[in-house]
Design a protein around this ligand. Sequence first.
Ligand code: DC
Length: 345
Amino acid sequence: MAERSIGVVTMDGPAGVGKSTLARRLASELGVAYLDTGAMYRTLGLRLGPAAADMEEERLRAKCRECRFSLETRDGTAKLCCNGEPVGPEIRTERAGRLASLVARLPALREELQRAQRELGEGCSLVAEGRDMGTKVFPSARHKFFLDARPEVRARRRYLELEARDELNGATFEDILRGIEERDAQDRGRAVDPLRPAVDAMIVDTSDLDLDGVLRVLLDAVRAGSGVLEEKAVCRRAVASVSLDALTLDRLRSDDGRAALDAAFGDGLVAAQAVAARRGVEASVDLAWSVEATSLVVDAAVEGPMDGTLALTAAQAAVASLAAFLPAGSVVCARLRDDDAPASS
Ligand code: DC
């Protein structure tokens, strides 16, 4: 695919949601550069340290400008460099993450980095990953994604990642979960550029999806939005299921429950058609539901472009719309499935 047909793809979301892996893989599949803006905050966090918080504004801006960021091709891929040197593994420590979160609250520092990020995106195609890419840095990007996942799922992923690298250093799952919740509170609650989805972003909950499945959804959406759809659609169906207790099951079978299911289906279809309209594609969406022994299963089938994305959107939106009927804390599991698999598998 020609690079100039892509433009900027933004990928925002909280820590531990699989953003970096997905953004890197998406960029590689699309043949464009990957811009890791968290790495820029980490680099400045390490360089300036906690003292940055007390610096007088002009001095802080001057310090930021001492660090000139660029994307330079090394070994065939674009690498983020600071003053001509690739940023190294030292920015990946928990300490660097904490310092990054600290300096990311400083408006002047953010402005300096946002300006540098816009310059890097000027006139070229890239996948830009961060917290404010779709809302602030590239508000007119053609493709915007917001990835999310439950904190426990993100903590589990992070725990396994550190364990595999033998870098747990005695940290327990609970320690990691607490760290993720603290970072979330800081990122979502800060006064300046808080983490939130852009109004025109596609929100993808990755809690119950494998990364290959999410990557297919993202690629599908970017290609559709760029007018370079592949001939063969990649996926046609998605299911969202939610566990039910006996009481909820009875309520869903009542007249009220059936009315809620009808309304939920309407919401699922509207959500999918809204995504299709935004991307300028036409597709037909069908929803069916079945109540299994202990769960409600919503099955979405789509014919047409972006089928994976639309099926997932329809199934997730239908179940989400039933929230008032479901027990508090219900876990919804949504996934793409192959055409031929039976509906209840
Ligand atoms: O994605 P990460 O963990 O490498 O990000 C490090 C910190 O930087 C995180 O606390 C959020 C902050 N950040 C930000 O505020 N804005 C961005 N565009 C990217 C990261």
